[in-house]
Design a protein around this ligand. Structure first.
Ligand SMILES: Cc1cc2nc3c(=O)[nH]c(=O)nc-3n(C[C@H](O)[C@H](O)[C@H](O)COP(=O)(O)O)c2cc1C
Length: 147
């Protein structure tokens, strides 16, 4: 069984809901999922021991949050090269955050990122059964990359 860390930011709970559904998908795929808020991760050593990483952040002011930016500098020190990775986020209209995180994972950290790209859902979609399923499928797709 592989270990997946889902590290996220959420101000009003929408991205957190996505994180929980994605964790369900990872578990459906037969692997272990750990959920953590990035504000609780204090050093790069806390990222060791995981085989896959899914980072999530909502879009505020057409950007990811300062907390997520600081976390990505911390993650840079963890040497995630070649590790399986995905990214997600909630938004209402523009949704810049998730694709920016995904690109950092792909091009800067040189991770083995999901072919699906980032999972970028509107908050209205997250509240539906379809939104929940999209998150579960994303977690499951990441799990399937371990085969
Ligand atoms: C002050 C403010 C600015 C926002 N800016 C954007 C934005 O630029 N683009 C966008 O798509 N959504 C924007 N949103 C909507 C949030 O991304 C959306 O509510 C999201 O679901 C919040 O996720 P969270 O509950 O995980 O914090 C903004 C929301 C607020 C309150």
């Amino acid at each position: 069984m592989k270990k997946v860390l889902i590290a996220y930011v959420s101000r009003t709970g929408n991205t957190e809901k996505m994180a929980e559904y994605i964790a369900e998908g990872v578990r459906m795929g037969g692997h272990d999922a750990t959920l953590m808020k990035v504000s609780d991760i204090k050093n790069a050593k806390e990222l060791s021991g995981f085989d896959g990483f899914i980072f999530g952040c909502p879009t505020y002011h057409k950007d990811m949050t300062t907390g997520m930016k600081q976390f990505l500098f911390l993650a840079e020190k963890a040497n995630l090269t070649g590790k399986i990775g995905g990214a997600f986020g909630s938004h209402t209209h523009s949704g810049e955050s998730a694709p920016m995180i995904f690109e950092t994972m792909q091009y800067v950290f040189k991770m083995d990122t999901l072919d699906l790209g980032a999972l970028n859902l509107t908050e209205a979609k997250i509240a539906t059964a379809e939104g929940a399923k999209a998150c579960q499928q994303y977690g499951k797709a990441l799990s399937e990359k371990f085969k």
